[in-house]
Structure formats: C-alpha cells, structure tokens
Design a binder for this molecule. Sequence first.
Ligand code: URA
Length: 488
Amino acid sequence: MASPPQTDPVRITVSGADDFEGWRESARNLADAGVEPARVVWTVEGSDGDLFAGEAPKPDLAPSFSVPRPFVDLAKAVVCHSDPERFALLYALLWKLRTNRQALEDRADPLVDRLERLAKEVRRDAHKMHAFVRFREVAEEDGGTRFIAWFEPDHHIVRREAGFFVRRFANMRWSILTPELSIHWDGEVVTEGPGAIRADAPDGDPLEETWKTYYASIFNPARLKVKAMTKEMPRKYWRNMPETSLVAPLIAGARARELEMIDRSAGKDGMDAAIAAERRLEPGGNLRAAWEALMTDARSCTRCELYKCGTQTVFGEGPLDARILFVGEQPGDQEDLAGRPFVGPAGQLFNSSLEQAGIDRSQTYVTNAVKHFKFEQRGKRRIHSKPDAGEIEACRWWQEQERALIKPSLTVALGATAARSLTGKTLTISRAREAPLILADGSECWVTVHPSFLLRIPEEDRRAEERTRFVSDLKRIKARSEELSTPA
Ligand code: URA
C-alpha cells in the first residue's frame, strides 16, 4: 500500500534576511524531496519561528532540475524584499517551474505578478539608495578621511548594493550606516558591522558643499515636477540631503559647478584614469559638467532589463565639440569589460577604416544606441545577442541627450539598430546609405553598415568589396562634414 502523503510542516531557517544562497540550497533540496510549498515554514535566523515544525530534508548534492536564468535573477532581487512571505512565494514558483519551465512567462499568474512586483520594489529601493546616499567627510585617527552616510532602505538591499558604491567610490574609505547593518570599504575590502542609528552618522560638514555642487550640476529645472519629485525622493531622505536646500535657487537658475567627488573617483569607476583626466581637460566647463552628470546618471540606468546583464554601462566618448558623432549598436564583450565603445574586433576594423578614410577618431564622438551588452552565456563565452525594439527605445533617451549636448553637424548610424534609435524607423541599410536623412533637430544623419557586418562576411572577395564601400561611405561623410563646417 502507498504511504500516506506527508503533511507535517518543515521548517527552514535561512541565515539572513537577504540570504539568497541559503534559500536556493534549501529550496532545491525541498523540491527534490517533493516537499510541497504548503508544508514549508520559512524563517530567518534570529526571528521567531514555528516551534512545531519538522526536520528539513537532507542536502542532496545532485539537484534533479535546473531553473531558467531569469528566475534566478528574480529570486536574487525578491529575497531582498521585506515581505515576510518572500521565501515561501519564491518556493511556490520554483515548485511550479519543476513541471513547467515556462511558468515564469505566465504574467497572468498572480504569483508571478506578485513576485515581479516585489522585485521591482527592490530595484526601485536600490535606485533610491544609489541616488540619495549622502556622505559626510570625517577625519580618521591615522590622519586620513572617511566618508560616512546614513541611509534607511525599505528593503534588505544594503549588501546587494555594496558593489555599486565600491565601483563608484573605489578610491575612498567610506561607510554606509543603516538600521539593519553597516558596510565599510577601506579601498580594498568590504566589511560588515552591526546596524546603527542616525545619530551615529555625522550631520553636516564641509563636504555638503561638494554634494550641493554635484547636485547643482545635474539639476535640470526643465524636469522639475514637484509631485513626481516627492514620489521619487521621499521626504524621509530629505534630511540627509544637503542639496534639497538648493532646490529654490536652482529653480531660479543657479549654474552648475564642479563635480569634485565624482572627479575624485573617476579613475576607479570603470573608466581609465587617463581617459578621465583627458575628458576633464576638454573645453566647455558647463557642457562638460552636464555631460559628466549624464554619464553618471547612465551608470545607474534601469530603463530596461539589460542593466542586469552587463558589467557596466558603456557610455559614449570623445570631444564634446565633435562635428561627427557615430552611433553603433551596443557594446560587445570587450567593450563591456573595458567600459569604452568600439575597442574590440569591430572597433579595430572601425579604427582602420576611419584611418583609410582620413578621419581622426579622436576628433569624433563615438557612442552606441544601446549602452549595455546583451548576450547569451554559452559555456564560458558571452555571445552577442541583438537588442530588441523595446531595448532600443528605452536607451534612445541617452543617445538623444548625448546628441543634444554635443550638437554634431552630422550623425552617422552604423547599422540598423543605430538607424532605428536615431530615426525611430526600421530602415534597409542598402537603401538608406544612398543619401542622408534629416533628423528631428534638422541635422544630417548618414547611414552605413556596421563594422561587424564586414567581419561576418565569409567570402574574402566580398568582404574586401564591402570594406571598400564602407571606407568610401566614410570618405563621403568626411567631405560632407567639412562642407558643413565651412562658413558659407
Ligand atoms: N559594436 C558596437 O556597435 N559597438 C561597440 O561599442 C562595439 C561593437
């Protein structure tokens, strides 16, 4: 006779409020042991649990099923939510995935919908932390300085977001104090400490001036909507934010000043120090501040899901008075690691073609339609995958801001993705490359092929032929840009 189904509750204790690994391991074992979600009581170590719960199944070293990657990303976000049911909800979805790998795609399923909402709230909280953490400078006993910030997240995001601050302020010592835990960076390692109270963080010092300056440079009165502002920047953060005192004068038209703190960190922020220095030396004080602010904003962009895949945002680069602005598709594997556009194989072909056409790349501005690397992981390799229309549309905003600041006389679309981002239309390159298009701002857009199209042509003769055509397009572009820059 078959044994009756088990109904005893099984208690699982994860070791921390954001313990993804602990949840994952237990959830796999439970699923492999066939323990239904309704039987599992999830608790966090140190919190009250169900005293009558039974024993957890023993670890199984060979899990019998795998889950789709998007589920792992979703779960990593959801475990950071403060909803006490988060572990149970995730396990319920994992249970479904065991028999239906597509379960996550069913947006009509209330469970999927709820989990997506929790993940969104966590990302939103992370975005707020990126934007609203404010450091105060304090002297340390060894004569150095430390930057200390107080922050009250809604969710358990502090550990998850430590990497963001390490990248942004890599060459400073800093601490972020929160009620749940504190994290500290000494320039080499992140350490954790207990939670704190607001009074543990310094309250106002000369660094406030730096933050006010930074805020002044990124403030865009045209975007000011008071209702939206209080929604985006809840009042509870205002007390930590010296720049809130600036809002009135800024609305009245105060100008941007220096980006001292960002400058101090620029060299360690995914951007080579020499490039950062070079960028700072270029002409156009306010223009530069505005561009730097834009680039800084782009680093925490979450307009589409691609920010989750790549190493970093790969923003455009080049002189801000460039007459020609090139738009590629998206960063590739090497660009994603280097944080610079067109440095991999397509970039090399691009450089040599520019040289043949007599165009000095250092006098041009080079960017991409999509600023994050989209790829599929195949073994150890990250294989380029084309951005879709939604991703192009979401990222278009950055390209438009770059063009609005630089105001090139001529923009070049390298391939169909760039052409779509610039014109909003799907164009056939062979037809579009014949004559320039006029963009909404009245400037010319020249369309040509993308250099990686040339790299993919297998036949040598045809490859050489297409390369010659590409160089001849570039020569025409150079001639036209000279014509446009010559006073009539
Ligand atoms: N392809 C692109 O479109 N852009 C890059 O930066 C690199 C490859």
